[in-house]
Design a binder for this molecule. Structure first.
Ligand code: NAD
Length: 338
């Protein structure tokens, strides 16, 4: 059903091999691995595990179902115990960025063949960025060991994604190139890659709001995710990502919703700080992006207040993080703090 070529393997050093062949490619990918056995890491739902079992008949599968957003350290410890107990040679993460992130955290300490099967547009599977949260503090870093060997995309796993998650997750993907551009440190080629990623993701989110089950639009969304993830892999992150990770780790917030609601404020902040960069984005997309994103947000939470952050907690957070732009965070809080 995919409208992609089967793979674009080996295109870029330091990134995973990208395959669009879906779960049907798993037997081939797993058969070449030296040690047998597969540990599947995923979230609580059973949604994908049965499909994996069907795709890998006769393969010894152990399932760890505890993946959680922001990768809590205690979850990593339990998953590591499961991996050691089953001595699997392959780990397949299946789910959103939380499942991918757990596979990445395991890779920091164990050696295995790592196949990431992402089911959202977070794009973590393309990057060397990892994060682990201990008692509300999220430690993030870059390490080439965490990069999956294969990023395996299956458009069918995304067809039933609720519209709200589709929009917020794609706005999360859109934040990657926009954040990179905001650093004003990109060379010409990197800037072009970021603008191309941003326009591809923007087209996809627009198409999906009209036809959420359209296979071509879903495939375009995955293609935009890959372009955005490569930008995140190859470029520095900007203020937007620093704010999102600090807030997400501190208040355990839904990652995609948080990125989505922050994005118009980050863009307005960018317009004030670097109007020439904001103008390049506006010219490439031929629209007023902050206003368009606010329109998409009618499908999602629009403020930190709506995500459940209290004014007192936010003030305390801001006092502890003087490095973050206060005006941006306060604007994203919503009317109460304004
Ligand atoms: P998530 O993985 O927490 O998933 C959110 C929810 O959506 C879960 O309940 C999940 O079960 C559900 N879900 C996933 N796929 C679905 C589908 N196709 N249909 C219906 N429901 C589906 O959220 P996320 O936004 O994908 O990832 C967030 C995590 O990823 C955070 O921990 C974040 O820090 C991390 N992340 C890391 C990077 C990186 O480069 N390291 C990049 C982006 C995000």
């Amino acid at each position: 059903m995919s409208t992609h070529p089967a793979s674009d393997s080996g295109a870029i050093p330091g990134t995973p091999r990208v395959e669009y062949g879906g779960l049907a490619a798993l037997p081939r990918l797993v058969s070449g691995v030296r040690r047998s056995g597969v540990l599947v890491v995923t979230g609580e739902g059973k949604r994908y595990v049965e499909r994996l079992g069907d795709a890998l008949p006769g393969v010894q599968l152990t399932v760890f179902r505890g993946a959680r957003r922001h990768v809590p350290e205690e979850v990593v410890e339990r998953a590591r115990e499961a991996l050691d107990a089953c001595a699997a040679g392959t780990v397949v993460s299946v789910g959103g960025g939380s499942a991918t992130g757990l596979g990445k955290a395991l890779r920091l300490e164990r050696d295995f063949f790592f196949i990431a099967v992402p089911t959202t547009y977070a794009a973590s599977e393309l990057t060397d960025l990892y994060g682990v949260t201990t008692q509300g503090a999220k430690r993030t870093g870059r390490d080439p060991r965490v990069i999956p060997d294969v990023a395996l995309y299956d458009v069918e796993l995304t067809l039933d994604m609720p519209l709200r998650l589709s929009v917020t997750s794609l706005l999360n993907a859109l934040a990657h190139p926009l954040g990179a551009l905001s650093t004003q440190s990109l060379d010409e080629a990197a800037e072009e890659a970021a603008l191309e990623a941003a326009s591809t993701v923007y087209r996809a989110v627009t198409a999906l709001t009209r036809q959420p089950r359209d296979v071509a639009a879903r495939a375009e969304a995955l293609r935009g995710t890959v372009l955005s993830g490569r930008v995140l892999r190859n470029c520095p992150v900007g203020v937007h990502h620093r704010v999102a990770h600090a807030l997400g780790g501190r208040f355990d917030l839904d990652h995609a919703s948080l990125h989505a609601l922050l994005l118009p404020h980050s863009l307005l902040w960018l317009q004030a700080q670097a109007p020439d960069v904001a103008e390049k984005i506006r010219a490439r997309l031929a629209l007023d992006l902050p206003a368009r994103i606010e329109a998409f947000l009618s499908l999602a939470a629009t403020s930190l207040h709506e995500l459940g952050v209290t004014p007192g907690d936010l003030r305390e957070f801001l006092e502890g993080r003087p490095d973050l732009p206060r005006s941006l965070v306060e604007a994203a809080y919503g009317s109460v703090l304004r």
